[in-house]
Ligand binder design. Structure first.
Ligand code: ZN
Length: 225
């Protein structure tokens, strides 16, 4: 079996955009799949589409709104106030239960249709914010399950699993897309592209990582005053 095609689970955020360019470096043919699941900010999808276009890769949009209608979380339900940090004894309410389970499972079905057996996802155990479905053990378990479910030999690639946000910026820089990731992706929970609102948990993690990376590079433009 030729393994020169990859499918990237793509949201248009920092992590999956970095993974998209990682995939372009490592595979001859790259496809993306993006999910809508009732996110508060539809702009996310449009940004993802633009990045895919710029990267010259196939963009496939799939709606799985059902996961938001059966599991309550603050990313899809604006009546819930968003946790600003991880509560001591549970997940932040930005956790969408089952999200990566569904995303990657559906991605695998789509990949198989296209003759693709390499799936790339931007999950990271290092900065996992308490989300259990970002951990390596879960991804390995799901990989085995998908292979058993479809009698195939999928490989789920997780280039960011063991690196932190600063190292993710370093990777984007090495791939030549630091500016693109910085300006054209959306990570902010408040739906503000680029450097974002600056105060939601996703912005804090992203901006702190960027500051750390740029400081290591001797660039003081982002240093806090
Ligand atoms: Zn924000």
């Amino acid at each position: 079996m030729e393994r020169n095609k990859a499918l990237v689970v793509f949201s248009g955020g920092q992590d999956s955009t970095t993974c998209l360019f990682w995939a372009l470096e490592n595979f001859k043919e790259v496809h993306t799949i993006t999910f809508t699941y009732g996110q508060r900010h539809g702009i996310e999808v449009e940004m993802a589409r633009k990045i895919a276009e710029k990267a010259g890769v196939d963009f496939h949009l799939t709606d799985i709104a059902a996961i938001a209608s059966i599991g309550r979380n603050s990313l899809t339900d604006s009546s819930i106030e968003m946790d600003q940090k991880k509560p001591a004894d549970s997940f932040p309410n930005t956790f969408v239960p089952g999200r990566n389970l569904f995303f990657i499972s559906i991605a695998a079905v789509y990949a198989r249709e296209k003759g693709i057996y390499d799936i790339v996802t931007g999950v990271s155990q290092t900065d996992f914010s308490g989300y259990p479905d970002c951990r390596d053990s879960f991804i390995r378990s799901l990989n085995v399950t998908l292979n058993l479910a479809m009698d195939e030999q999928f490989v789920i690639h997780t280039p960011l699993m063991w690196i932190d946000k600063a190292q993710t910026w370093a990777l984007a820089d090495r791939l030549g897309v630091l500016e693109l990731v910085r300006k054209e992706t959306l990570t902010c929970y408040n739906g503000i592209p680029g450097d974002g609102c600056g105060h939601c948990p996703a912005c804090r993690l992203r901006n702190e990582g960027l500051r750390k990376y740029l400081e290591g590079q001797g660039d003081s433009s982002l240093r806090s005053e």
